[in-house]
Ligand binder design. Structure first.
Ligand code: ADP
Ligand code: MG
Ligand code: MG
Length: 762
């Protein structure tokens, strides 16, 4: 292995040349105009880190070759740049040194580039982007070309597509008579690339052809840097371009439709972050507001917050609530501020400026080049025509989708789907094995869940139906009833209300399946608190229902055994509602510990033709899963309560008091209420599933805790053979993508592995 490779050679390993270096070799190979040069490899960098030594001889030889190729000598007509090149691109994070004219300078520049791997801002960027410090960088020595030579010279940044939308057309900017740094730094606001079409038509069509060629070669959208020197085009860089979630999805779907990539590749390529982004916030009823300035729509989505004028201010202020970072332009030193802000607004800079590129990658709203405002960074204000509009701490709203800036914190709403997103999710449906349902209690939530692609409702809680004021009165009447007549009158009243509840839900469902969980709450939850009432009778009832630990108390199926009226009423109401609006209903019993409880409820439900199942949320139910399975049609793991039970933690107390410390100390790696605890709760679930399927092969097994919408947990749940997950409506698209990725990865793994040697039944 050599330490130095020429750009016009065959060697193009990213792990040695880095991304930029390897792609320069590819571009040279494709016959594109790339200034000649060579790369000092990552192995050489590592050696330098250990010993402080460069491969001097190889560098001397490569420089001599370069001089020969160029027909000019260093310092006498030939200058070079020294650029950094890591295996993952870290735009603008490391040094670049231009216009170097002698050998000693070249060598010290290489050392400086190597040294820039460990500058604070490079370290911060790697931390934010989870890039390993052990990757290292190479250094590229390349003949200089001059975009600032004359009026027929210039430099630009170009995307093969629109990185905000994914649409296929040239997108980018250029500056006449300038070097690259002038664009990237945002110090001059560049011209849109479309103008180059009339200014230098030949260069423009050359760029179009190059963009096509590179996109086809890499099967991905490219982000390119070019320089024109006295009418001749040079390509200085290409890489896969950072893009918004919507663009990522459109590009993936487009490339499948053009046969560039397979459906599997498209699914693997789109990330959870991409999907999160498409659900961008938007300004509610945006037509009602008038923006005070418009800038470039650099990264989509709306955000509101207090205007803060520097990163140092953002760090404490973002802890108190959302902030918008306002700068004349951003630099790599602002990385942390950008990461903590809800959005970014800059006065200068274009669509490829630092702020634009970084926010797009982070998926947060950004408006650049809002030249209508005049920012005074010292006074921390900005003004329009001399009139102060916003002071530090004032609330503003930015809409990165349109470029509009508004005063005040405007109401925001969640985003929606494009046709490409629907297409991607359709592709995902074809691969995933896990069913994806939603947890939804109200007609509104059901509508939203179905709109987001839920394959039914995996958990519909009935508690909320009792909490509306008129319901509360009715259930209190039931609890307070003194004699059986009053009691049955009260329950009849409740039953009628429930019939309406269920029919409205069923109408919204239009045939999609729903699992209705019977009442889980303890009765005292429906009574006022002790000091809210003066009624002595009420006070007495409150006292009699009081429990030391209500979470572990008289609730769920336990209440149904002592006071069956409520479950009977609910079951009757469901039955009646089904005659009014046909529906695919399953009934779920909460808090079960033994099959005897399930048998009891089964007896109450004799007259209704639905599936009956239990919510698996007690440890005992999991340990008795085999016996339990014989009595019911399905299980649904309620991983919130199950986690509480396995840990003996009350979630609210834990999250308020000690869980943060546990996480900080590394005693626990994740919050088990957010990421399913595979080793503890998961093991219990696996045991339960094993015994359940042994008792009843086709028992349907679902998971309806919050963790069911979390990507790592979804991978695991796929692996242990769960039939479906049920999560919050907003997580449905993410869950579908991840479920498809899990299925594809499993298939790839099985295909690479010789499974014939597995002792399947041991
Ligand atoms: P980064 O990794 O931050 O993008 P680059 O290595 O691309 O850094 O260098 C930054 C800029 O320096 C380039 O965009 C280009 O404009 C300029 N540059 C680098 N090398 C050369 C060269 N050989 N000739 C002309 N300009 C160059
Ligand atoms: Mg560059
Ligand atoms: Mg529960």
């Amino acid at each position: 292995m050599d330490y130095v490779y020429a750009l016009d050679g065959k060697f193009k390993e990213k792990s040695e040349l880095g991304n930029k270096g390897a792609n320069l070799v590819v571009m040279t190979e494709l016959g594109l105009p790339v200034p000649p040069g060579f790369v000092i490899t990552i192995s050489a960098f590592k050696k330098w880190q250990e010993t402080g030594l460069l491969p001097e001889e190889a560098i001397n030889e490569a420089l001599a070759n370069l001089e020969k190729k160029m027909g000019r000598k260093l310092g006498a007509g030939l200058e070079v740049s020294v650029r950094s090149s890591a295996p993952v691109s870290m735009p603008g994070m490391m040094d670049t040194i231009l216009n170097i004219g002698d050998i000693d300078q070249v060598k010290s520049a290489i050392k400086r580039i190597f040294g820039s791997w460990n500058t604070p801002r490079a370290i911060e960027y790697r931390r934010l982007n989870k890039i390993s410090a052990s990757l290292g960088t190479s250094a590229i020595v390349q003949a200089m070309v001059y975009g600032n030579r004359d009026e027929r010279s210039g430099t630009g940044v170009l995307f093969s597509r629109n990185p905000s939308t994914g649409e296929k057309h040239l997108y980018g900017e250029y500056l006449v008579k300038a070097q690259g740094e002038d664009i990237v730094s945002g110090s001059r606001t560049p011209e849109p690339i479309s103008r180059l079409k009339s200014v230098m038509p030949e260069i423009y069509s050359q760029l179009e052809a190059i963009a096509d060629k590179l996109e086809l070669h890499f099967c991905d959208m490219q982000d390119m840097e070019f320089t024109i020197e006295s009418g001749k085009l040079y390509m200085l860089q290409t890489r896969s371009g950072k893009r918004t979630g919507n663009a990522a999805i459109k590009i993936a779907v487009d490339m499948v439709n053009h046969g560039f990539i397979t459906q599997e590749e498209a699914i693997q390529r789109v990330t959870v972050e991409d999907i999160k982004q498409i659900l961008h916030k938007q300004i509610k009823d945006v037509g009602n507001y008038k923006p005070f300035v418009k800038g470039l729509n650099a990264a989509p989505g709306a955000a509101s917050g207090r205007a803060i004028f520097d990163t140092l201010g953002v760090i404490p202020e973002s802890k108190k609530g959302p902030v918008i970072l306002v700068r004349t332009e951003t630099s790599p030193d602002d990385i942390q501020g950008i990461a903590l802000a809800a959005g970014v607004l800059t006065q200068k800079g274009g669509l490829t400026s630092h702020a634009a590129v970084v926010t797009r990658a982070m998926g947060k709203p950004c408006i650049c080049g809002a030249e209508g405002i005049e920012i005074d960074l010292l006074a921390k204000i900005f003004s329009i025509n001399g009139q102060v509009i916003v002071k530090e701490g004032d609330e503003i709203t930015i809409d990165g989708t349109t470029g509009n800036v508004y005063l005040g914190a405007l109401p925001l709403v969640e985003g929606g789907f494009t046709p490409e997103v629907k297409e991607l999710l359709n592709i995902a449906n074809g691969f995933k094995r896990l069913g994806v349902r939603a947890n939804a209690d109200t007609p509104d939530m059901i509508a939203r869940a179905l709109e987001f692609g839920a394959e039914g409702i995996g958990l519909c809680r009935t508690e909320r139906m009792f909490n509306a004021p008129e319901r509360l009165a009715a259930i209190r009447e039931f609890i307070m009833a003194e004699n059986p007549e009053n009691r049955s009158a009260a329950i009849k009243n409740l039953g009628e209300l429930q019939v309406t509840d269920f029919t409205t839900l069923f109408k919204e469902l239009r045939g999609s399946p729903i699992i209705i969980r019977l009442l889980d709450l303890p009765l005292h939850e429906f009574l006022p608190s002790e000091n809210e009432t003066t009624d002595p009778q009420m006070k007495q009832r409150i006292a009699s229902l009081k429990e030391i630990n209500p979470m572990l108390g008289h609730r769920g199926v336990r209440l149904a055994l002592t006071t069956p009226d409520i479950y009977i009423m609910q079951i009757e109401a469901i039955k009646k509602a089904m005659t009014l609006v046909p529906a695919n209903v399953s009934i779920m019993i909460p808090q079960v510990i033994t099959s005897q409880e399930a048998i009891n409820v089964k007896n109450l439900a004799k007259g209704i033709n639905v599936k009956l199942g239990v919510m698996m949320e007690t440890v005992r139910a999991c340990m008795r899963a085999g016996q339990l399975a014989m009595e019911v049609d399905f299980f649904s793991f309620g991983t919130n309560d199950l986690t509480q039970a396995v840990y003996s933690f009350s979630r609210e107390d834990a999250e308020k008091e000690f869980l943060p410390t546990y996480l900080r100390m590394g005693v626990l790696l994740d919050n088990p209420f957010e990421v399913l605890d595979i080793k503890g709760v998961g093991r219990l679930m696996e045991t339960a599933i094993f015994w359940a399927r042994r008792a009843k092969k086709d028992i349907e097994i679902g998971v309806c805790g919050e963790q069911a919408g979390e990507p790592r947990s979804i991978h695991y749940l796929h692996g242990i053979g769960v039939d479906y997950i049920s999560c919050s409506p907003f997580r449905i698209p993410i869950a579908k993508l991840v479920a498809a990725q899990a299925a594809i990865q499993e298939r790839i793994f099985m295909a690479e592995y010789d499974t014939s040697s597995f002792p399947i039944n041991s």
